[in-house]
Ligand binder design. Structure first.
Ligand code: HEC
Length: 122
């Protein structure tokens, strides 16, 4: 009876560690300590996010730069803690992200998207 092929044990262990680390990262362990009215996920904000942002940020992730997701704890670590912080990123994106100017997404819609992100991805 032939032996089963040797398991690539070390690889699996490394992979598991990476996945667990990622899960902890994406889980977001920081509670927002800001006071004031909490952001609301509106229907329109969700729709706009789906069309404009989800191609690169599915489920609040980031398919291009996995260290720059839209989860609350990650945003906070990267200095973004408010709707205006997110809106600012749409106007002045980092490398690899599309720029969304006033003509493409007016401030009122940009704010709905930002609030949707803050309310949805924690
Ligand atoms: C073409 C792909 C792409 C699209 C479309 C896109 N993004 Fe990004 N986004 C990126 C990349 C790449 C980064 C990391 C850039 C950097 O280094 O700051 C990023 C970073 C961000 C960040 C900072 C995240 C962090 O943790 O620092 C925010 C906020 C953000 N995007 C919001 C949006 C919003 C809102 C939309 C839709 C209006 C959007 N993005 C659409 C690719 C994209």
């Amino acid at each position: 009876m032939p032996l089963p092929p040797p398991l690539p044990g070390r690889h699996i262990a490394a992979c598991l560690a990476a996945c667990l680390g990622m899960a902890a990262l994406l889980g977001g362990c920081t509670e927002s300590q800001k006071t004031g009215s909490p952001p609301v996920a509106s229907e329109r904000g969700a729709q706009l996010f789906k069309v404009r942002c989800a191609p690169c940020h599915p489920d609040g992730g980031n398919v291009i730069n996995p260290r720059k997701t839209l989860h609350g704890g990650v945003l906070a670590d990267n200095g973004i803690a408010s709707p205006s912080g997110i809106m600012n990123r749409m106007r002045n994106p980092g490398p690899g992200m599309t720029r969304f100017d006033q003509g493409t997404i007016p401030d009122s819609d940009a704010r709905l998207i930002a609030e949707y992100i803050l309310a949805t991805y924690r």
